[in-house]
Design a protein around this ligand. Sequence first.
Ligand code: FE2
Length: 377
Amino acid sequence: MDKNAIEQAILAMARDPELLEQVKAQSSRAPELVGVDQEWAETILSGNRDRLRAIGLNDGLTILVSRWFNDDLGDAASQGGFLVDDSQPLPNPDVPTGVVFAGGCSHVPDLLARPEIDPPDAVARLLDGYDRLKRDIAAADPDVILVTADCHFQSFATGHTVIGTGAGHLGSMEFFKRGDLDLSLTGRPDFARELAAAVRGAGLEVEEADRVDLDHGLIVPLRLLLPRPDLPVIPIITQPHRSFSPFNARRFGEALRGVVAESGLKVAFLATGGLSHWLDPGHFGGVDVEFDTYILKLLETGRGLDLCSLEPYPLLAHGQYEIQNWMIMLGLIGPGVHGDVYTYEPMEASGGGWTVVAMDLARARAERSAAVGAGAS
Ligand SMILES: [Fe+2]
């Protein structure tokens, strides 16, 4: 059942109380009356907002089905649970030509600055995950790597996502008493400006910055993962404290698809950050294993883009302050790509649920070829 058909059915019943009563009286007639099958009609009529949210309908729309369709003033039919709804068929993958690697990992500073605060076995498993990812990136042999992180200490002119257009990028982990953990990267100004132009061309805001001072957001993952020191890196820095928008993050990634495909370059994309953690006073140290597990299951089942349909409230409430960084990557590679979770470690001392994930582009391309061979587009 198509998500848009379900949305249209809700709107049709919201506009027409008689139609709503007809469907309520005889849900078996839902296909002819509102264009959805009986099961989905009953999901709507039961006020099951959790399932409707799971397929990407926004909360402002689905509150109609409980508080107005059923006059359930307490919105009692939904538990607020997060479901991975696999009743919808996965779209055919369509990874842009030129993308040779996509994945994500955390960038927790303690992992390099003071790993002794966390359990040694968990630290070892996490580092093993980075080792696997490093081998993947090296095997992909990219010409350039785009890396997302969120703004921690830099000060940019706008609240938009920033693309680093400098010829080089420098920084150290001096703020974490470890100025010795430094990094000097080569940039790729021409391609960075092309990326920014593509984002602008898609109607989105973007800030080009010649100077992006490196902090742990790039230093931690790239000290662990960069296959060679001269591999050009383009930093993409989100600013969740100024502009948190899952929708725009996905669109940002999608806007890069054409320019990446046409670049002739082998492009790697590494998303960094998260999963759950809270920076705000009074909340640091929590880990939301249940929500992190939900995200990882979405990634594993090829439904990562469904995350981008969620509103800011649930994401921020569950500590997903940095998830936009991953959504840009997901927007770039498109739907139906399965993630391989190399490791997930909830670590309270360093304050979050840390993970390493590789997106299986080879499988996606094979599935795409099979679908095209079978006559799909
Ligand atoms: Fe961070």
